[in-house]
Design a binder for this molecule. Structure first.
Ligand code: LER
Ligand code: MN
Length: 270
């Protein structure tokens, strides 16, 4: 398994669960100094970061790009793949496609988290799931064109009412027949929704495409009450070789959260 740490360049997301903020170059330097394999980037838009600058920063620091988030599409532009209005859904889809075009050349998958939206009176759950399924189907094809993947993230009940557990997520993806869409298993959301984290990961099996490595309270691994030993054991059992990526609150400060993460990563994956 490989280690990654999040970097947010989205001012509107302030207060969110990202370790490093605002300064991409400084984040890359600290990630390298601590020994991370990769960063996971939350850019302010598909065109906001010059790919040549990012390439240089990654190369200079021996880092990979673990994944690229699309949360700004929701947080700033209120774009949702399940919006009632078809024009908004189309804009949301185009937005994610552009992020795929940015991320593809780095070999990085694109995350669908908050952009999945939620069902409401105007868009009942079966309709919302149909909209979401149609969108993931199209994004699967686009990811193929750009030689990358899409990560679909079940969220806890306070953030969506569409798909909250890994087993529902795996069944949803299986029903779509998509080839390049996998689950993003966020251990913080899972701590709220799953009966047992390790069992849920084992059951999701080959659908596990990425892991947000967070403790029960969304702080760095080891700063809450999650037992990571059975979690990592389950990931080993299913042959998971992807990232454990710290999408956690920058507490008590970004560097301490990053340091705690890499220490926990080493302890559990050694
Ligand atoms: C995004 O990865 C996520 O986990 C959501 O909770 C958005 O904050
Ligand atoms: Mn997450």
């Amino acid at each position: 398994m490989k280690s990654a740490v999040t970097v947010s360049l989205v001012p509107e997301a302030r207060g969110g669960p990202f370790v490093f903020w605002d300064d991409l170059a400084a984040a890359c330097r600290t990630a390298k100094a601590l020994g991370f394999d990769a960063i996971e980037l939350f850019p302010p838009g598909p065109d906001a970061v010059d790919p040549r600058d990012l390439r240089e920063l990654l190369d200079d620091n021996g880092l990979s790009l673990a994944a690229v988030g699309t949360g700004v599409g929701w947080v700033k532009h209120k774009l949702s793949l399940t919006a009632a209005d078809g024009a908004t859904r189309d804009k949301a889809l185009d937005f994610v496609k552009k992020v795929i075009e940015f991320a593809g050349p780095f070999g990085a998958p694109v995350i669908i988290g908050s952009m999945q939206g939620r069902a409401d009176d105007a868009v009942p759950k079966p309709v919302a799931l149909r909209y979401l399924g149609n969108a993931l189907f199209k994004l699967d094809e686009h990811a193929g064109d750009y030689d990358t993947r899409v990560l679909y993230e079940p969220l806890n009940r306070y953030e969506t009412n569409l798909v909250n557990t890994q087993s529902d997520g795996a069944a949803f993806l299986a029903g779509l027949g998509v080839q390049r869409v996998a689950l993003l298993c966020d251990l913080y959301h899972m701590n709220i929704e799953e009966v047992n984290l390790a069992d849920a990961l084992r059951a999701a099996g080959k659908y596990v495409g990425h892991v947000h490595f967070a403790d029960s309270n969304r702080r760095a691994a080891g700063m809450g009450h999650t037992d990571f030993t059975p979690v990592v054991k389950a990931l080993r059992e299913i042959g998971y070789a992807g990232y454990l990526s710290a999408e956690v609150l920058p507490l008590p400060d970004p560097e301490a959260a990053a340091r705690q993460t890499i220490e926990a990563f080493r302890k559990h994956t050694a």
